[in-house]
Write a protein that binds this ligand. Structure first.
Ligand code: ADP
Ligand code: ADP
Length: 229
């Protein structure tokens, strides 16, 4: 079971003005296995919140609670969280296999276990024939799948996705949308998905969090948010 509580979270970047908060008083309870989508214009603080949950940014004020446990100060490596970045952040000189294995080697998994996890992810994502290629030898959609694969092999109960489809063309975006929804059902993770695309939010979310200037504007099901705003 994985529930995430974001209790009155604030974020001020060190290099920003005294009064300039990237996130202010962000308050949200995320239920076990929920698919939450953050929507809102560029710069409204969506990525900042994901990065705070992943431990890549400090929380200025407020509490991150995961399953009742205070997590503000837990090192990123110690968090049971998988994140997919907008630019995929693949290592260009490494093969698909090595890209997926990297985080596991860092965590000292043994070779047999790494092989098994990568085999599973490759099968789920249809990447079996591409494991020895490098990112430059893949299509955009395949690179996207590798980025997802890198998250899947972590076997984490929490999935964070930061605009994972924004670099794909419109047609691929639609099909990957469906794939990610299916993946969510198969992996049964608690998921936060960031996008500025309302159609993605509407088709994928259990609940949508509409953000503006670092604050929550509205929280509700797609119906509540888009049909009865
Ligand atoms: P996003 O795609 O999340 O809206 P951007 O494309 O604006 O973010 O920025 C890409 C990266 O640059 C972000 O992940 C963030 O770490 C960094 N960044 C964004 N804004 C600033 C800023 N004002 N000062 C320093 N770094 C920034
Ligand atoms: P979004 O993901 O919604 O596009 P971000 O979380 O990337 O928004 O950014 C929220 C605000 O924080 C923006 O004003 C952005 O410029 C600022 N910001 C993001 N990253 C940094 C950073 N590393 N340093 C300073 N300001 C940043």
């Amino acid at each position: 079971m994985v529930e995430i509580d974001l209790n009155h979270i604030y974020k001020k970047y060190d290099n920003s003005k005294e009064s300039d908060y990237a996130v202010s008083d962000f308050d949200l309870h995320i239920k076990d296995k929920e698919f939450i989508v953050f929507v809102g214009p560029s710069g409204c603080g969506k990525s900042t919140i994901l990065r705070m949950i992943a431990g890549l940014e400090d929380i200025t004020k407020g509490e991150l609670i995961i399953d009742g446990k205070y997590e503000n100060d837990t090192a990123p490596k110690e968090r049971d969280i998988a994140m997919v970045f907008q630019n995929y952040a693949l290592y260009p000189h490494m093969t698909v296999y090595d890209n997926m294995a990297f985080g596991l080697k860092l965590r000292k998994y043994d070779k047999t276990e790494i092989d098994k996890k990568i085999k599973y992810a490759a099968e789920v994502l249809g990447l079996e024939d591409y494991l020895q290629r490098r990112p430059a030898e893949l299509s955009g959609g395949q690179r996207q799948r590798v980025a997802l694969g890198r998250a899947i092999v972590r076997d984490a109960p929490i999935f964070l996705m930061d605009e994972p489809l924004s670099n794909l063309d419109a047609k691929l975006r639609v099909s990957m949308r469906a794939e990610i929804a299916k993946l969510h059902q198969r992996l049964n993770t608690t998921t936060i998905y960031v996008t500025h695309d309302q159609t993605e939010a509407m088709t994928m979310a259990d609940r949508i969090v509409v953000m503006s200037m670092g604050e929550v504007q509205q929280i509700g099901t797609p119906k509540e948010v888009y049909l009865h705003p």
